[in-house]
Write a protein of this length. Structure first.
Length: 224
């Protein structure tokens, strides 16, 4: 073997040993810490989480935690970044028809619904820490949501009726949409598990919220 990355082995499901590089082992351990934290946060706030219990759940000794994160706050911020990647993906996947509000609303709400149901742990963490958290984690969520609104504002500018709007007005509209979507996230997380009728009602209400917001667009006089 040359002078590349150090390689160890891990048994696969068939009992054979599969080479695993040191960077890959480090990536897996880091992800295990993030996953462990999310599991522990299922019904509690981030401030109550300790380094020792996260390390124990991830299967490492507490001192090894510092090879991946400088502090619990840094782990929390990494969780925020991981969770908001689904929101950013939602924006990109909703860019299907730039000439139809109706299509944008339908696709955006359906995509949001699918992301929330697929990653409930991430969204529960985000909403809980946004409304009741403090410190670096809450600030990271605020920054990510502002970035989310900024990206959405850029996307909205591609719609015909909004092309002449100034950036400030587009951002206000985007922020209203993001706020409405966060309300939908909370509604979905509070619904009874497996209640298809409740989910359908929530999706319908979410679409109505966005339609009501966009109804004002033709009547708005952009600021100078």
């Amino acid at each position: 073997m040359g002078h590349g990355a150090t390689v160890s082995t891990l048994p696969d499901v068939a009992g054979f040993e599969e080479p695993v590089s040191r960077p890959e082992r480090k990536r897996r351990t880091r992800q295990a810490l993030l996953d462990a934290a999310l599991e522990l946060l299922a019904d509690r706030g981030f401030a109550s989480l300790s380094l020792r219990e996260v390390a124990k759940r991830a299967g490492i000794v507490p001192t090894a935690f510092y090879r991946h994160f400088a502090s619990m706050e840094e782990l929390g911020v990494a969780l925020v970044e991981e969770a908001t990647r689904t929101l950013r993906a939602m924006i990109r996947s909703a860019r299907t028809d730039r000439d139809s509000y109706g299509r944008m609303i339908e696709v955006s709400v359906r995509t949001l619904y699918e992301h929330v149901r697929a990653r409930e742990d991430h969204f529960r963490f985000l909403t809980r820490e946004r409304y009741s958290g403090t410190g670096p984690v809450a600030r990271a969520i605020a920054v990510e949501l502002k970035l989310f609104s900024s990206e959405l504002a850029i996307d909205l500018a591609r719609f015909g009726p909004l092309r002449q709007w100034p950036a400030e007005d587009l951002y206000v509209l985007a922020d209203l949409i993001v706020t409405a979507m966060l309300a939908t996230v909370v509604d979905l997380l509070e619904a009874r598990p497996g209640d298809a009728e409740a989910d359908a009602r929530t999706v319908a209400v979410a679409q109505m919220r966005l339609r009501l917001i966009l109804l004002g667009v033709p009547h708005w006089r952009p600021s100078a």
